[in-house]
Design a protein around this ligand. Structure first.
Ligand SMILES: Cc1cc2nc3c(=O)[nH]c(=O)nc-3n(C[C@H](O)[C@H](O)[C@H](O)COP(=O)(O)OP(=O)(O)OC[C@H]3O[C@@H](n4cnc5c(N)ncnc54)[C@H](O)[C@@H]3O)c2cc1C
Ligand code: SF4
Length: 331
């Protein structure tokens, strides 16, 4: 780990001015990702700004019937919040499918949004990686890419975004509230994370001098018909090979509205609104679910070791929709 200086921010304005002063400074919240990256020499900030004392640790009802989750609320506190459990159980279930109890007690909402890929080559500084060292190449393309992306890839990077929480946030159309030197702005979750394109070093559209202050959930929480299906190598403590957040608004056996987001398949939570449209105003049938699954993977591309994910994603979508529609018990 390289040497770094440290300060504690006491308010949001102070945190923003501290980060704007030094382009090698980084925030630290729960520390469960940034410290690992520093220990592996993947991230080398010269200055850490501890934001854990900022007043961003509450979950509050917003005026429009939704919820505002402060950026410092831990993953455990979000998952077990009564309002989240009742109105947004999809979010609770997705968070509880991730990491371990100890990690969820430390990990924060803002940090979870910004956690970096688990691509092995990204962590191994002896191998080329365009995300870690732009222009150096990609060890995963043509390498061992079992965990890698099948959708939205580029010839520069095929990494996946590892968060479970963000997949649920994508299905729930959350909005990220941020503050920078120019003031506050909001970023819809669909525009928060990026595809790799030619610049895989940028994971998100957050500017380097901005801080996440909250995640806002709209009033509609799909609390009756939902599931988060996570397929992984081990039952706990493993990142998703493929995950699906499915949320349905149903009238009997008829789907009025559907939201679907996939994890483990792309550089960002993968929401396909065209495929979703195939479900709306249709009966909940396995045939319809299969058509939707085919539509989602229509442009999927495997890279050898991860080609199995294309079939796996299709089956996961069908199964998740069956669970959300009440045709199969959630696993
Ligand atoms: C062994 C292990 C297993 C895991 N398994 C899973 C899993 O299965 N599923 C899953 O989803 N996650 C998993 N995780 C990841 C874990 O969820 C993340 O490490 C955690 O959510 C990051 O939150 P943090 O508060 O600790 O972030 P930190 O490590 O403190 O920060 C992460 C990044 O976010 C930035 N940051 C933090 N807060 C803010 C803010 N408010 N504004 C701007 N920038 C900010 C930091 O500068 C840093 O770049 C696992 C982690 C480990 C170590
Ligand atoms: S997939 Fe992306 S993160 Fe992994 S080695 Fe290639 S460029 Fe780096």
């Amino acid at each position: 780990m390289n040497p770094f200086s440290f300060e504690r921010a006491e308010n949001v304005a102070g945190a923003v001015s501290a980060i704007a002063r030094n382009d090698r400074a980084r925030f630290i919240a729960g520390g469960t990702n940034i410290l690992d990256l520093m220990k592996e020499n993947v991230s080398r900030p010269s200055h850490l700004i501890d934001i854990t004392r900022l007043p961003l640790g509450k979950i509050e009802e917003s005026g429009d019937g939704g919820l505002r989750i402060g950026a410092l609320v831990t993953n455990a506190d979000v998952a077990y919040d009564e309002r989240v459990e009742q109105c947004y159980p999809l979010l609770s279930k997705a968070i509880l499918a991730g990491a371990s109890a100890q990690l969820r007690n430390m990990a924060t909402t803002g940090g979870n949004l910004l956690q970096r890929t688990r691509c092995y080559y990204f962590y191994d500084t002896a191998t080329p990686c365009n995300k870690r060292e732009p222009g150096s190449g990609c060890g995963a393309i043509g390498g061992f890419n079992r965990n890698h992306a099948i959708l939205g890839t580029s010839d520069k990077c095929i990494a996946t975004h590892p968060s479970d929480m963000c997949v649920a946030l994508a299905a729930l159309t959350a909005v990220i509230r941020v503050t920078g030197p120019q003031g506050e702005r909001t970023i819809p979750i669909a525009e928060f994370h990026r595809l790799p394109g030619d610049t895989p070093e940028f994971d998100t559209n957050l500017r380097p001098d901005e801080i996440i202050t909250a995640v806002e959930l709209p009033a509609k929480g799909f609390a009756r018909h939902y599931t988060y299906l996570k397929i992984r190598d081990r039952q706990s403590y493993a990142f998703a090979l493929v995950s699906v957040a499915a949320a349905l608004d149903m009238d009997g056996g008829h789907i009025r509205e559907a939201r679907l987001a996939l994890g483990g398949v792309a550089h960002m939570p993968w929401r396909d609104t065209q495929a979703e449209a195939l479900l709306s105003d249709r009966p909940a049938t396995v045939e319809n679910f299969r058509s939707v699954a085919e539509a989602i993977v229509r442009d999927a591309k495997g890279f050898g070791h991860n080609t199995f994910k294309i079939e796996m994603a299709k089956r996961a979508v069908v199964r998740a929709l069956e669970q959300a529609a009440g045709m199969e018990q959630p696993s």
